[in-house]
Write a protein that binds this ligand. Structure first.
Ligand code: DQA
Length: 149
């Protein structure tokens, strides 16, 4: 199985660090990418790290991942709660999918409690801050390791 992992980020996450820091913290998405790359090197994963404010771009990256990736980590941001199209795309992807939310969506407004993406995700991490991305990468690596063993 490929050790390439896609890390996909949805709308407004480009503003991480500036956007509602009391909810999402002070780290920027560049910080998150840097930490993911350092951990990926340790775990012997190859990484593609992307962010978009456009639903179709996230869908195109999921389609691209179908042919190449052994795992996918996604923080779909607000699309979590609205996008059947992202769920449908993820349903075409056969390898592990881990859904990440920086904040604990279950402690927030009711509309954030429903996730279309969770209907496909193999694991969900919420409320662990940006550390959630690292936890997700570790989970993907351990699943890939156990498949290889
Ligand atoms: C988020 C939670 C979503 O409800 C919100 O729309 C986001 C970020 C999180 O990481 O906590 O944009 O996915």
């Amino acid at each position: 199985m490929s050790r390439l992992v896609y890390v996909l980020n949805g709308p407004n996450l480009n503003l991480l660090g500036k956007r509602q820091p009391h909810i999402y913290g002070h780290e920027t998405l560049a910080d998150v990418e840097r930490d993911c790359r350092a951990l990926a090197a340790e775990l012997k994963l190859d990484l593609r790290f992307h962010q978009s404010n456009r639903e179709y771009e996230l869908i195109d990256w999921i389609h691209e991942a179908r042919d190449t990736a052994g795992g996918l980590v996604i923080n779909p941001a607000a699309f979590t709660h609205t996008s059947v199209a992202i769920l449908d795309a993820l349903n075409t992807f056969d390898a592990p999918v881990i859904e990440v939310h920086i904040s604990n969506v279950h402690k927030r407004e009711e509309f954030r409690h429903r996730s279309f993406v969770s209907l496909r995700a193999d694991g969900v991490i919420a409320g662990c801050g940006t550390l959630g991305y690292q936890l997700a990468l570790r989970r993907v690596a351990s699943l890939l390791d156990s498949q290889a063993a």
